[in-house]
Design a protein around this ligand. Structure first.
Ligand SMILES: CC(C)(COP(=O)(O)OP(=O)(O)OC[C@H]1O[C@@H](n2cnc3c(N)ncnc32)[C@H](O)[C@@H]1OP(=O)(O)O)[C@@H](O)C(=O)NCCC(=O)NCCS
Length: 179
């Protein structure tokens, strides 16, 4: 099947809701997406289209790493990157490579836009194939307690941006408000 990956367009809001609700079996992720779309202009929202019908969706939103200044206990300059979440493919279209195409296209665009890193909370068997590795290797911690070390991952495009940096990576508040 021929899959086209394109940016979310006008009129895609409702179908993106339906894809996320069907994939997750609940509405929380769709609610987060709607809130982010209202409050954040700096998103990368891609849809996967099969036979002119959207069947998959991926969202990247801004994250910050709150660094500790190397020479003091005070905060350093926050470092900006993007977070992958959520991603959804309609159940009847899963395991056909659509999710992978969404991830690869999103990462390609973010790399081209000189975004230094992307984080994800997800399955450690899935995301390393795209270049993600445990964020702990970079001294980057997850904002949420209880996330296993291997499940909090980072893909670093420009490692000079993260050299000597450690701290907590934070998604936008909409992720906390909806759950
Ligand atoms: C995760 C999801 C988007 C992947 O989309 P997809 O089109 O099925 O992905 P692909 O076909 O590219 O890749 C399938 C691979 O992902 C793995 N995978 C997908 N979901 C997985 C899960 N929940 N747990 C473990 N592995 C998973 C499969 O094992 C498969 O691996 P393989 O290639 O080694 O067989 C889709 O399964 C989905 O919508 N799931 C429900 C929502 C969700 O959990 N989203 C991710 C968290 S934000």
């Amino acid at each position: 099947m021929n899959i086209e990956i394109r940016e979310e367009g006008r009129g895609d809001r409702e179908v993106i809701r339906r894809i996320n609700e069907a994939a997750f079996g609940r509405r929380e992720e769709a609610d987060i997406i709607d809130k982010l779309c209202q409050s954040c202009s700096n998103l990368l929202s891609l849809v996967a289209v099969a036979d002119e019908r959207p069947v998959g969706h991926i969202l990247f939103s801004p994250v910050t790493i709150e660094t500790r200044a190397a020479s003091s206990d005070g905060p350093g300059e926050p470092i900006l990157g993007m977070g992958l979440a959520p991603m959804a493919v309609l159940p009847e279209h899963q395991r056909a490579g659509i999710g992978s195409q969404l991830v690869r296209e999103g990462l390609k665009r973010l790399r081209a836009a000189s975004i230094p890193f992307v984080i994800v909370v997800g399955h450690p068997e899935y995301y390393p194939r795209f270049g993600f590795e445990p964020a702990s290797r970079y001294g980057i911690q997850c904002q949420w307690e209880g996330v296993p070390d291997q499940a909090f991952m980072i893909l670093v495009f420009h490692d000079t941006a993260l050299r000597g940096v450690s701290g907590v990576a934070r998604y936008r508040d909409e992720f906390d408000e909806a759950v």
